[in-house]
Design a protein around this ligand. Structure first.
Ligand code: ADP
Ligand code: MG
Length: 605
């Protein structure tokens, strides 16, 4: 609690993970958690532990050899061949230690790399299974930061844990035992200042806990800001916000600097003091031990041997320091990793979908984003092979209806059925085999045009891809691209117009050939010329399928079987186009407004 609200925090706006967290970091549980992450490869890990332990034991051999040499060399009846042998054994020990340490490091790196891959794979799968609202509300930079950078640091921790812990824990314990056996008084004299030094190091780390947490938060925000500066550059420039944006980034960079300075100031004095204490045993031994020897309390040979062993002990403390520093950082990273791993996933249904048909039914469906109600008691039945249109003001919940069918989120109330089966009981992969989406905002992947269309069906032949593109009225513009179907679209296909992207998306859906088609404002981005093309493509695609179309160009849905009018998440009107226009309600007024804009456009030519 001595760190809570500590002096001089960089303005305290570091993301609200404060309070009640000042209990010290326990390094052992952190080490155990890192080990647990690697448990799938425990065979190799044990081998690494074994090599590391043997290396740690062998690391003492030169010091023990020197001690043996010293103890025996000063005695009158020195056995020189035994002394020579001890020297050679010490050298052999060093060689074996280095080899075994290398092997241990190699093995633990292999395990860590494999675990790193597992974690990334797990998180990627996780992102595919969490409700869509989660990734909407979380910044992309933050997720990227965890998946790329933070897991990288965790990997480093995992790779070094076993060899270093073996060196840092096992060897000192053996040394301590040897020293206590030789002379317990000298041993205590040597250990005491070290213990104080260790304690100080521990306190220092505890003090650094909160700055480290803030540091990681700010690091994550830096990732977000940098990503935004790259992605949002057009908007930023259009609104003349360049300077403000770089100021905002500059403030975060400055926070980072201040935090680093703060950390440095907290650490420098106790850190130096601890360093002095951790090395003071040599001086203490040198002076006090010499006096004890002179006074005849300790044998000169023993004293010399002690100095040699104590020298080795110092190295090992450096290792402890290194490993605890690393573990301390891992603690924060594990917490951040858990935040992502713990996001609740959508339940995975198991039923193989023996779907009777492709009909879609909503029964009193309700959905909310947090406290914000987005849909309430939405009910409809769409028989197989029919077409339903959703219209309504922007924000009325149309896209949400389409998303719920594919279980991008789960309805909070009511039931959604496809072919009579609750979508929550279906295996999501199977469910998506029955659905083809044309989304409002088309996402194109970094890859060729053909790859992007093939998303509809992996392994489709080039002929099939081209046929789909033709049906989507996309073939012509694709052919005019520099390398046709093999043109790389680059990140998110930013080189294409909205209408072109839309038609690629329609080609995907055509290739997928699913019984249910969900079209979210497919003509929204199109200019009049493109609109006719897209309209054409959509009509071809819709034939013979069960279709839900979300439209704001109302003439495009004049012939659908039923129109639902949504307003603030409720169905306010339903019926055929003619019925709704005649009813004189919301739809009729939308139609009037729409018609006048359209005739104006026609008149303007
Ligand atoms: P429409 O498609 O009719 O324009 P949507 O279904 O996209 O409407 O959105 C319905 C409501 O849900 C809107 O008020 C929108 O702001 C809100 N909404 C959409 N996505 C999220 C989200 N990830 N988090 C919170 N609110 C959201
Ligand atoms: Mg929408």
């Amino acid at each position: 609690s001595d760190t809570a609200g500590g002096a001089g925090h960089p303005d305290g706006q570091t993301g609200g993970r404060k309070g009640g967290q000042a209990d010290g970091v326990q390094l052992l549980p952190v080490a155990l958690r890192l080990l647990a992450l690697m448990r799938r490869r425990r065979g190799l890990l044990w081998l690494s532990v074994l090599c590391g332990t043997l290396a740690a034991i062998l690391s003492l051999s030169p010091y023990l050899a020197i001690a043996y040499v010293l103890v025996n060399a000063v005695s009158a009846s020195a056995d020189w061949s035994a002394i020579l042998l001890a020297g050679l054994a010490g050298m052999a020990g060093v060689l074996a230690e280095k080899l075994l340490f290398g092997l241990s490091t190699y093995l633990s790196h292999r395990v860590a790399f494999a675990t790193q891959r597992d974690l990334r794979y797990e998180l990627a799968g996780k992102l595919a299974r969490v409700p869509l609202g989660f990734t909407d509300s979380r910044s992309k930079g933050e997720i990227r930061n965890t998946m790329v950078d933070e897991i990288e640091v965790l990997e480093d921790g995992m790779a070094h844990l076993v060899p270093e812990v073996s060196a840092a824990v096992i060897a000192p314990l053996i040394t301590l035992a040897v020293m206590l056996l030789i002379d317990w008084q000298l041993a205590v004299l040597m250990i005491l200042p070290m213990a104080v030094g260790m304690w100080m190091m521990g306190r220092m780390m505890k003090d650094a806990e909160e700055p480290t947490r803030d540091y990681l938060e700010i690091q994550s925000r830096m990732a977000t800001t940098s990503a935004e500066m790259a992605d949002g550059i057009a908007t930023v420039r259009a609104f003349n916000q360049d300077e403000q944006a770089s100021h905002r980034a500059g403030r975060i960079f400055a926070q980072m600097r201040d935090l680093s300075n703060e950390w440095l100031e907290r650490a420098i004095i106790p850190g130096t003091a601890a360093q002095v204490l951790l090395t003071s045993h040599l001086m203490l031994l040198g002076s006090a031990g010499l006096i004890m020897t002179a006074a005849g309390w300790v044998d000169l040979g023993v004293f010399a041997a002690f100095l040699a062993v104590a020298y080795g002990f110092g190295d090992l403390f450096a290792a402890i320091q290194g490993i605890s520093h690393r573990l301390f950082r891992q603690h924060e990273l594990l917490e951040r990793l858990d935040m992502l791993r713990d996001v609740p996933e959508l339940s995975r249904g198991t039923k193989a979908p023996a779907l009777a048909d492709a009909s879609i039914t909503f029964e009193e469906v309700g959905f909310a984003y947090g406290a914000r109600e987005v849909l309430s008691s939405v009910s409809f039945h769409l028989p197989e092979g029919r077409c339903l249109a959703l219209v309504g003001p922007s924000g009325s919940g149309k896209t949400t209806v389409a998303r719920l069918i594919g279980r991008f989120q789960d309805a909070d109330k009511g039931t959604i059925r496809i072919g009579g089966q609750d979508v929550r009981e279906l295996d999501p992969e199977e469910l998506h085999r029955h659905l083809a989406y044309v989304f409002q905002d088309v996402f194109l992947f970094d890859g060729t045009v053909a790859d992007n269309i093939r998303l509809g069906r992996a392994g489709a032949s080039m002929e099939e891809v081209e046929a789909a593109a033709r049906a989507a009225r996309a073939h012509e513009f694709i052919e005019s691209l520099p390398e046709g179907y093999e043109t790389r679209l680059g990140e998110r296909g930013l080189g294409l117009s909205g209408g072109e992207r839309q038609r690629i998306s329609i080609a995907r859906a055509i290739l997928k050939d699913a019984p249910v088609l969900l079209l979210d404002e497919a003509t929204a981005f199109a200019d009049p010329e493109n609109e006719a093309l897209i309209q054409d493509a959509v009509a071809g695609l819709a034939r013979g399928r069960t279709v839900i179309v979300i439209a704001h160009r109302l003439h495009t849905i004049a012939n659908v079987d039923e129109i639902l009018v949504l307003d603030e998440g409720r169905i306010v009107e339903r019926g055929s186009h003619a019925d709704l226009v005649a009813a004189g309600g919301l739809f009729a007024s939308m139609w009037d407004a729409y018609e006048s804009v359209r005739s104006f456009r026609h008149a303007a030519g």
